[in-house]
Design a protein around this ligand. Sequence first.
Ligand code: BTN
Length: 258
Amino acid sequence: MAPLLTGALFRPDRYHFFPVLDSTNRYAAQLAQAGAEAGTVVVADQQTHGRGRLGRQWSSPPGVSVYCSVVLRPDRPPQEAAQLTLLSGLALARALTDLGIGGVEIKWPNDLLLAGRKVAGILTEARADPQRMQYVIVGMGVNVHGTEAVFPVELRGKATTLASVCSVPLYRPVLLAGVLAQLEFLYGRFCREGFAPLREEWLSFSRLLGRSVQVSLASGRFSGRAMALDGDGYLLVQRDDGMLTRVVAGDVVPLGED
Ligand code: BTN
């Protein structure tokens, strides 16, 4: 990877690779707590306890995927942490598009879809003071090689790999370097100007706005229409009973899909 890391933030001396880790997010958080600088990158070929959003597991077999976590220290208010998930989704969408992969979609807040199936996910974990973020770990998992048979049975039909749906040559280091280059660029912009200038481009990759959706929260489920992305990056859904609801953490699925 070293020759491919040409940016000022994600540099070879901040890059850590492991054949196996429990979770790159957990390890990156450990490094961040011990004072690791912004730009620290942790990559593993396999994870034994890959973490997904909402306490789920992230299936992480060896040899087929990208499992990467980066340490960021944005001098921004803590309520903007969720926007880093959106920004990272945009970095992934841009990098895949640059490789010649068409039809990339972002499903709020953290899924990348190809042909309607999940090909990548993002898990953002932040530690913050009341006024300021101390550090943010952005973890990205991209399903690259193999067929859908690499996934556990419950993910069949829902998740896919880049190799299953596109015919461009795929080389994980090049893919990862492209993602990190985009993330560095977008993160620089975010630190200076916030998410607002990136919002339109994010929306152009999104497949939810205007659609009927089912929202699953810890407290229950409801259906409605995805209306907008608010200034903080949360989804505004008009429920079927007319009430406008701000969805901060939950699963949002277009109706008619599982
Ligand atoms: C999701 O869609 O639920 C988020 C999945 C995030 C998975 C990545 S893989 C690299 C990093 N380390 C982890 O333990 N999780 C993230």
